[in-house]
Design a protein around this ligand. Structure first.
Ligand SMILES: [Zn+2]
Length: 86
């Protein structure tokens, strides 16, 4: 989740919803009158973090690799859920 600002290349903390346009705080303020229309990258990352924790727990529990496709499926599921919430 290390996204870069599309203007200056610094690490981005904001993005336009449903796009791949990422901005750092400074560029977002420079380019948008109202940055509340932008989504915080960390918030999405936070919502997805528990999936990664889950994945690691599972791996420790079973002592064998978990199918990465399973994580991709769960990721898509949570992404859909987040989009419906908003
Ligand atoms: Zn920037």
């Amino acid at each position: 989740m290390n996204k870069k600002c599309i203007i200056c290349g610094e690490s981005a903390s904001l993005m336009i919803k449903d796009t791949n346009d990422y901005y750092c705080e400074d560029c977002a303020v420079d380019n948008f009158d109202d940055i509340s229309s932008l989504v915080r990258v960390e918030e999405q990352a936070k919502k997805l973090k528990h999936i990664v924790d889950d994945f690691e727990n599972k791996q420790n529990e079973y002592k064998e690799p978990v199918d990465p496709n399973e994580i991709v499926d769960q990721y898509e599921e949570v992404k859909d859920r987040i989009e419906k919430e908003e």
